[in-house]
Design a binder for this molecule. Structure first.
Ligand code: ZN
Length: 464
């Protein structure tokens, strides 16, 4: 798992110095304050052709492919595919479509990866990774393509097909649904939605479509009939939208997000802040906060414990959190996690909702998990209790569970996060706390079930 600072940008700026009467030119591309390509000399028909061929992928594809996302992310980060990596055709297509550097076939060009994640574009290059509003980035790419197309019309007569492909780039091809959701049209139909209608409603902006986003986020873990139950529950919501109170709280919360901070630092800050302005001492009650913000909490049995719940805030309907009755994560931890998204992710990373345990941008999940931990059991309280209980780990955990009503795993996490090697724990007490966290990680690894914040059956008595 990676921990990048959270960097947001707005523009991808490109500039071409053209050779006289030619489609050759010197291309420079800048992302944020990083020069990704500086005076790259090439026949830019190749770039236009690349953009025209892969436009549907860039717009419709949401996130890394299923199956081996970590492997693909490794390629993207290493900016190359190692010789000998096994590619299926679909993975190859993915890699080719999303690296703009691949347009310059034969040239040694540093890669520039563009991948839509919800309503953001994840942009990865030599200088790091940043996130950009999808509309702005597509406009910038469109402007670059248009500038090249104009040049091609003036100086080339052999590029009719490239030009026509570029002009028709917005035509939605047959695989759009599959790119956007990772599922087939037939599968989507089984979940109760009609693909042609969805395509029509999405109007070329797949990130605005709740059915597409949820079908994508459940990541193949939920079968179509369970997703159908979700859609039916979501459709029964009363009309409305985010309450004024939620909107104003979102504005304040967003202003607390320091750019360049790590996701967990942002999450901790938000968690502390919300406790302070809500005047919470000891046990926090995320359900009551949600209710005061006009967010309903409903229960639904998703018939799997692979997903903990989901939240939806589609336009025109009252926001809702659905808690999965089969989930192993405590209800309070799930609700606190969703509260984080409701506060800071509605406008960008998660435009229609989110699925906890599903396919969601990593930094957003790290931030929401840190928020939930700090909101339910602040590190400050953990440290204070450790001192009060004379650094006796079992007594500390027992007491914190009573005062803050959270799981053993989350308590151990926060105790370790609040203290250092030099804190007052004996070696064996520290090892015991680590074992509580590791035990959860182990279960997670071996069963594929996520246990962060969940309750394990643990013997709290000292080892004899
Ligand atoms: Zn989440």
């Amino acid at each position: 798992m990676s921990h990048d600072p959270v960097k947001h940008g707005t523009r991808l700026i490109s500039e071409v110095i053209w050779e006289a009467n030619s489609t050759w030119g010197l291309l420079s591309v800048r992302v944020g304050n990083v020069d990704v390509w500086n005076g790259l000399e090439w026949d830019l028909v190749d770039l236009l052709s690349h953009l025209a061929h892969h436009w549907t992928w860039l717009v419709w594809r949401d996130g890394l492919p299923d199956g081996s996302p970590e492997q693909v992310d490794k390629w993207v980060r290493a900016r190359e595919c190692e010789h000998g990596d096994e590619f299926s055709n679909q993975l190859w297509e993915f890699v080719v479509a999303h690296d703009l550097g691949g347009a310059f076939d034969g040239a040694l060009v540093t890669p520039l990866w563009l991948l839509r994640r919800g309503a953001l574009f994840e942009v990865t290059h030599d200088g790091g990774r940043s996130y950009h509003p999808v509309v702005e980035l597509l406009n910038d790419l469109g402007a670059l393509g248009d500038a090249i197309a104009e040049r091609v019309r003036l100086h080339r007569e052999d590029c009719e097909d490239v030009l026509s492909r570029w002009e028709n780039r917005h035509a939605v091809s047959g695989d759009a649904i599959e790119l956007a959701t990772g599922r087939s049209e037939a599968w989507l139909r089984e979940s109760g939605v009609e693909p042609t209608q969805i395509l029509r409603e999405a109007r070329g902006k797949p990130w605005t479509s709740a059915p597409l986003a949820f079908a994508r986020m459940v990541g193949g873990v939920l079968d179509a009939s369970s997703l159908k139950l979700v859609f039916e529950a979501l459709a029964r919501r009363p009309k409305g939208g985010p309450s004024r109170r939620l909107q104003s709280l979102t504005r304040d919360a967003e202003s607390l997000l320091e750019p360049g901070d790590l996701p967990y630092e942002q999450g901790y800050r938000l968690g502390r802040w919300l406790r302070r302005i809500w005047d919470i001492d000891g046990r926090a009650d995320p359900e009551s906060v949600l209710s005061q913000l006009g967010v309903d909490v409903l229960e639904l049995d998703l018939r799997t414990n692979a997903l903990d719940g989901l939240a939806s805030w589609t336009k025109g309907l009252r926001p809702v959190v659905l808690w999965n009755e089969s989930s192993v994560r405590p209800r309070r931890a799930t609700l606190a996690h969703e509260l984080a998204h409701l506060l800071v992710d509605r406008r960008q990373a998660l435009p229609v909702g989110e699925v906890l345990g599903g396919v969601v941008v990593e930094y957003v999940e790290q931030r929401a998990n840190a928020f939930a931990a700090e909101f339910l059991i602040p590190r400050e309280d953990a440290l204070l209790t450790a001192r009060l209980e004379g650094w006796n780990a079992r007594r500390v955990v027992e007491r914190l569970r009573n005062t803050h009503d959270v799981s053993v795993t989350m308590t151990a996490h926060q105790l370790l996060n609040a203290t250092t090697e030099r804190s007052g724990w004996s070696q064996s007490d520290r090892a015991w706390l680590e074992s509580l966290v590791n035990r959860a990680d182990d279960v997670e690894k071996h069963t594929g079930t996520r246990f962060l914040g969940s309750e394990l059956e643990l013997d709290l008595e000292p080892d004899s």
